[in-house]
Design a protein around this ligand. Structure first.
Ligand SMILES: [Zn+2]
Length: 127
C-alpha cells in the first residue's frame, strides 16, 4: 500500500469524524495541543505523515475509537493523479476517467485545472 495514500485516507476519516462531532479544526488543535496547520495538513491531501500516537491523541480528542479513523478496506493505488505544483494538493482520478484524461492531455498537452485547495490554475496530470 502506498504510504502517502494511507495518510490521506486517514485524514479524510478524521475530517468526517470531526465534522460529525461539530468540532472545528481550531478546537481539535486546542484539544490535542497540535498546531492548527498540522491538523489542517492531516485533513487535506498534503501527504502529511504522523505517528500512531498522534492518531491515538486525535481519536481521544474526538471522543471516538481509533478504529473509526482507519480505512476498513484495502486502498488500491490509482493510476492517475492531479497534482498542484503550487500547494501540493493531490487528487486521484479513477482509472476509467484517467484513460479519458490521458486522451485529452494527448490533444492539449499543457492541460491545467483550477486547484480546489489554493484556487490557482496549477493543477496538472501526474503519471
Ligand atoms: Zn493548489
Amino acid at each position: 500500500m502506498d504510504n502517502e495514500i494511507i495518510y490521506n485516507e486517514i485524514g479524510k476519516l478524521i475530517k468526517k469524524e470531526r465534522k460529525e462531532k461539530g468540532i472545528t479544526q481550531e478546537k481539535l488543535a486546542e484539544l490535542t495541543s497540535y498546531s492548527l496547520s498540522f491538523i489542517a495538513n492531516i485533513e487535506s491531501n498534503t501527504h502529511q505523515s504522523f505517528s500512531l500516537h498522534t492518531l491515538y491523541n486525535i481519536a481521544n480528542a474526538l471522543n471516538t475509537s481509533i478504529h473509526n479513523l482507519i480505512p476498513d478496506k484495502p486502498i488500491t493505488k490509482k493510476e492517475y493523479q492531479l497534482y498542484c505544483s503550487n500547494c501540493k494538493y493531490t487528487v486521484s482520478i479513477p482509472k476509467e476517467l484517467g484513460k479519458l484524461t490521458e486522451d485529452i492531455t494527448t490533444i492539449t498537452k499543457e492541460l491545467t485545472f483550477t486547484c480546489p485547495n489554493c484556487e490557482k490554475k496549477s493543477l496538472k496530470i501526474k503519471q
